[in-house]
Structure formats: structure tokens, C-alpha cells
Design a protein around this ligand. Structure first.
Ligand code: C2E
Ligand code: CA
Ligand code: CA
Length: 567
């Protein structure tokens, strides 16, 4: 068998078949049939590239054959050229309507016939290629979509966003773009409160809103859970509009819970930065406003990056620093205004970093967020106990030391056992070690804290409420929490001489403390004016630079020795 295409000639008049065979036998393998029915049998039996068919035939005529072929998907694509007698315009038109590719008129003009058939075949070839291309494109597109789109929302997924945003940013380097990172606050709560479908509905709606918002000048994606990102031209980005539109769209779902999106914006200043890092920057801006109700979006600035680098440095070095003895304590004495005696001291941690200055205000919050504070606190408590033992061994009248107790300690079941073991190890009385707790622990779990505070005091450890007045629950907390000392937050004493309200509040706290049999201490006292005021309102226990800054252990020991010898 040669590889020529197959031409089927259907005509009941033999001479016509012979003539046409003459014309085409070089280019085609020719098959012949005398009527439509015979033709159909051939077509069903083997591949045919083109059919030339006479319209008027016995048994089954050309129209019938054409109709049969066109209604069968398998054969509908085979081009059919009809052969008509001269001047039979009606039949030609009808055949063309039924899907014939062309017609040739008898008697045959060899050149015209060849041209027409060649054209039909050429058209067929183009059409075939086009169909194949469409099919291939569709397949590719479906494949792409499956890989690129987020199944739930139908917008891009993380990888697709990274790729497409990079193309977009680098392709239009002159247009300023911004990356917007959006996150729903407390989405977990929504999933807990409602059915999973409700959560999904919110995400789908948000995805749809974002795709409408960016239109065809930007792109949107869901990169994980309830986190979305957009890449949009900065000039057309109106954040207030974005948030307002989002709020009203989500509200229209009628879900009986406040659903708030927060956003961080990174205006792209380097289009060649990896897109995931751009998203990190926008996310960083978002993290800065998390938990704030009024601020719904924030812009990234370079300070945030420096801060992040600093935080990473702190986290990388903390273990090493603890093992290498870089942490130590300072002791800040607390004085009684009247007696001028040192009544107690607060142990404050210091990071003696070989290269840089590191303040507790910077590293403590980081350790509180990663849990390291529990180990650091224990280190400080032990250092305090060691000092107490030293005071006893030196034959001094012991100055009690207060230590800070981060709220994370309350999640440790061996907290109390640890403290008891510690005082036993150094053979000191629990009354010498005072515990400073903050309101945040109360807010986490009031019942647990109340029970713990009772237990501490039951064992003889005095308890101080640190930074009193700085939180939200101060007063309601006082009602339940049996602490020994209220330590008024530094912010109040700063206002002395500036705000009479702050003064009035302090006066009331002192009076309240008296009634509840709690001592009151004021910290952060720096000036004579503040001292005079506190004396006047009857608050005599004072911690602050006015009397002493935090001292290293040697200076502290020297100070109390001198004082007790009456020098
Ligand atoms: P805090 O517990 O309220 O400690 C008082 C802070 O005020 C200390 O800052 C102290 O040095 C400072 N201070 C004392 N008197 C004055 C004054 O007259 N003026 C001014 N401007 N400041 C004064 P520091 O040592 O930087 O500690 C800051 C915070 O870090 C502490 O606040 C406490 O919350 C935390 N912290 C310090 N050491 C520890 C620790 O061992 N464990 C835990 N969990 N937190 C600690
Ligand atoms: Ca404190
Ligand atoms: Ca304090």
C-alpha cells in the first residue's frame, strides 16, 4: 500500500468514474462506489480523505449520503465535493447548505476540477490544524489552570502569583506597582463558630472581590488559608476604597460576626526582588497593625526590615548567650521615703552582649513570643536567690528581692515546684523572694491566676502587681486577686505636675490599697517634685532613678553593707 490519501468517487455512471479517476489517480488512491449505500459501506470500513459524489443516483442519492455523513461525528469531518449537472444552481446551494465543501460541474473541465479539489484539501488541512491547535490549547489551558489556580477561590495560587507577578513587574519596569497582603483577623474563630462552608464562602467571596478589584491591570492570589495577595499599579491603588468595598461585599453575605480584613502594603522599589520577599515585606507591615481595631492597613518601611533582622539576630543568639553567661542581673533598690531605708530590690535582667547594647524592652517581648522567657526568668530567679544567700552569708539583714514573672510561666505545671526547690537549694525563706506579675496573666486565665497567687502566698512568697493601672482590667482584677503590693505604672508618675487627673488617680490608688491592706509602690520616680507629691499623698515606697538606678551586684552589696553599718 502506498501512502497516498484515499479518494472515494461515487457515481452510478461508469464513464464519469473513469474520467475522474484519470484526473486524480496520481495523487490519490481511488475507490469507487455506484451509489450512496455502497459508499457508506466503504467509508465505514476504512479511512477516506475526500469523497466526490454525484447528486442523482439510484438506491441512495448524493443528498442522502451527505446527510448521513454529516450527522455522524466520525465522518462529518470528511470533505465532500458534489458533482452537479450544469445549470443546477438549486442543488448546488442545497448541497452546500448541507455541509458540502464545494461542487464541480459536469462536463468536467480538468483544470477547474483539479483546482477545486486541491483547494478543498488545502482548506481541510488548515481546518484540521486549527482544530488540533484549539484542542491542544484547551488541554494546555486546562492543565495550566489546574496548576495555577487555587481550587477554592479560582484565583491564582501562591506559585502562580510569584511567577506572574515577577513577569508583570519586570515587564513593566516603568510602572510603579504595590504588593498588598491581606489577612482576616481571627478567621479560626469564624471556622469554629460557623460551619466550614461559611468560612469557604467568605474566602470565595473575598477571592472574587479581589479579582474584580485588580481587573486586568493587576493580579490576585490566595497564598494560604485566609491570606491573599494582590499586585496592582500603585497609582490606581486606593486602600480605603479596597477595604471599604471588601467590608461591604463581605457584609452582604449576612454572616452574624464581624469579619475584618487587615492589609499590609509594600510599594515595590526593586522589581527584581524575589516576589516572595516582597510578600514578606507587605506581611511585615500587616503584622504591625494586627490586633488594632481602628487601623486597617499599613505601609512597609525600611525600619521594619531592620527590626526584623534585629529580631532574627536576637533569636539566633539567645541560646548561645544563656550558655555563655552573657545574661546577668542588675538590682534596683526600693526606698522608703520616710526612713530612707532600702526595703527591697528588683532584679532586672541584662544582656551583656559583647558587641551591642541590648535593652530588655527589645529582647523581652521577643522571648515572650517564642517562649524563651521562661528559661530566662528562671535564670534571673536563681541569680536573685544566689544573691539572697550571699547577703545571709555576709551576715547582713536581708533585703528581699523581687523578680519578674512573665505570664508564660503560668502555663508550666511545675512552676510552683520549681520555686520551692529553688528556695530550698539556697536555703532562703520564701518571704525574701517577691514575685512581680502583670495584668496580662490575669487576662489570659483569671481563675488559674487567682489560684496560683493564693498558692504562692500560702507558701510565703509575697506577690506584687506590676505596672498597675496600665491594662484594661485593673479594677475588676483587684476585686478577686489577693496580692500584697500594687506597683503603680510608671506612666502615672511621669504626669505629676502635668496632669492633675493622673495625680488624682494615684491618690485614689494609694487610698484603695490602704483599704484593701495592700502596700503601694511607685516606680519610675526621677524628680524632687514627684517625691514631694508622693509624700503628700501618703505613698512612701519608691523605686526610681531619684534614689538609685539598677546596680550591678557588687555595687548593690556595697551599698547595703554601708547602709547597714550606718555609714
Ligand atoms: P518593669 O518590670 O516595669 O521594670 C522597671 C523598668 O523601669 C526597668 O527597666 C528599670 O530599669 C526601669 N526604671 C526604674 N526606675 C526608673 C526611672 O526612674 N526612670 C526610668 N525611665 N526607668 C526606670 P528595664 O530594666 O529596662 O526593664 C524593662 C522591662 O523589661 C521591665 O519592666 C520588665 O517588664 C522587663 N524585664 C526586665 N527584667 C526581666 C526579667 O528578668 N524577666 C521578665 N519577664 N521581664 C523582665
Ligand atoms: Ca517589674
Ligand atoms: Ca513595672
Amino acid at each position: 500500500m502506498d501512502n497516498k490519501p484515499v479518494m472515494l468517487i461515487v457515481d452510478d455512471v461508469e464513464i464519469n468514474r473513469v474520467v475522474l479517476t484519470q484526473f486524480f489517480q496520481e495523487e490519490y488512491s481511488i475507490l469507487e462506489a455506484e451509489n450512496g449505500q455502497e459508499a457508506m459501506t466503504i467509508i465505514e470500513g476504512q479511512p477516506v480523505s475526500i469523497v466526490l459524489v454525484d447528486l442523482v443516483m439510484p438506491v441512495m442519492d448524493g443528498f442522502q449520503l451527505l446527510a448521513m455523513m454529516k450527522k455522524n461525528d466520525q465522518y462529518a469531518g470528511i470533505p465532500v465535493v458534489v458533482m452537479t449537472a450544469n445549470n443546477d444552481g438549486d442543488s448546488e446551494a442545497r448541497a452546500m447548505e448541507m455541509g458540502a465543501s464545494d461542487f464541480i460541474t459536469k462536463p468536467y473541465n480538468p483544470t477547474i476540477v483539479r483546482c477545486r479539489i486541491r483547494n478543498v484539501m488545502a482548506r481541510e488541512e488548515i481546518e484540521w490544524r486549527r482544530v488540533a491547535q484549539v484542542a491542544q490549547n484547551r488541554q494546555l489551558m486546562e492543565m495550566h489552570q489546574r496548576i495555577e489556580l487555587d481550587a477554592l477561590t479560582g484565583i491564582y495560587n501562591r506559585e502562580a502569583f510569584y511567577r506572574r507577578a515577577a513577569d508583570m513587574l519586570q515587564g513593566h519596569a516603568k510602572i510603579p506597582y504595590s504588593i498588598v497582603y491581606l489577612d482576616i483577623s481571627c478567621f479560626k474563630v469564624i471556622n469554629d463558630l460557623f460551619r466550614i462552608e461559611t468560612g469557604n464562602l467568605i474566602l470565595k467571596t473575598a477571592g472574587f472581590y479581589f479579582s474584580m478589584f485588580v481587573g486586568d491591570t493587576g493580579i490576585s492570589a490566595r497564598i494560604e488559608a485566609d491570606h491573599f495577595v494582590l499586585c496592582v499599579p500603585t497609582d490606581s491603588l486606593d486602600m480605603d476604597k479596597l477595604i471599604a468595598g471588601l467590608d461591604s461585599t463581605i457584609q452582604s453575605l449576612g454572616i452574624s460576626h464581624h469579619i475584618h480584613f487587615y492589609a499590609g502594603v509594600y510599594p515595590v522599589d526593586n522589581a527584581f526582588l524575589p516576589v516572595d520577599q516582597m510578600c514578606d515585606r507587605a506581611h511585615m507591615a500587616l503584622n504591625r497593625i494586627k490586633g488594632q481595631y481602628m487601623t486597617r492597613y499599613a505601609y512597609y518601611d525600611k525600619g521594619m526590615r531592620d527590626q526584623m533582622i534585629e529580631e532574627q539576630m536576637i533569636v539566633r543568639n539567645m541560646e548561645f548567650a544563656l550558655n555563655e553567661g552573657q545574661f546577668g542581673i542588675m538590682l534596683q533598690p526600693m526606698y522608703n521615703l520616710r526612713s530612707k531605708e532600702i526595703i527591697s530590690a528588683e532584679a532586672l535582667v541584662r544582656w551583656n552582649h559583647p558587641k551591642r547594647q541590648m535593652s530588655p524592652g527589645k529582647f523581652i517581648p521577643i522571648f515572650e513570643s517564642n517562649g524563651f522567657i521562661v528559661r530566662l526568668d528562671r535564670f534571673v530567679w536563681e541569680a536573685a536567690c544566689r544573691n539572697l544567700r550571699r547577703q545571709i552569708d555576709a551576715g547582713l539583714e536581708v533585703v528581699p528581692i523581687s523578680v519578674n514573672v512573665s505570664r508564660l510561666n503560668f502555663y508550666n505545671s511545675d512552676f510552683m515546684d520549681y520555686l520551692l526547690a529553688l528556695v530550698k537549694k539556697y536555703d532562703i525563706e520564701p518571704r525574701m523572694l517577691k514575685l512581680e506579675i502583670t495584668e496580662s496573666a490575669y487576662m489570659d486565665n483569671p481563675h488559674q491566676l487567682i489560684a496560683m497567687v493564693r498558692a504562692f502566698r500560702g507558701h510565703g512568697f509575697p506577690v506584687l502587681m506590676d505596672d498597675f493601672g496600665s491594662g484594661y482590667s485593673s479594677l475588676s482584677m483587684l476585686k478577686d486577686l489577693p496580692v500584697d503590693v500594687l506597683k503603680i505604672d510608671m506612666a502615672f508618675v511621669r504626669e505629676v505636675g502635668r496632669s492633675s487627673r493622673a495625680g488624682a488617680i494615684m491618690e485614689s490608688i494609694v487610698e484603695l490599697g490602704g483599704r484593701l491592706h495592700m502596700d503601694v509602690v511607685v516606680e519610675g520616680v526621677e524628680t524632687q517634685e514627684q517625691v514631694d507629691f508622693l509624700d503628700r499623698i501618703g505613698c512612701h515606697d519608691i523605686q526610681g532613678y531619684y534614689f538609685a538606678k539598677p546596680l550591678d551586684e557588687e555595687s548593690f552589696m556595697g551599698l547595703i553593707e554601708r547602709k547597714q553599718k550606718g555609714e
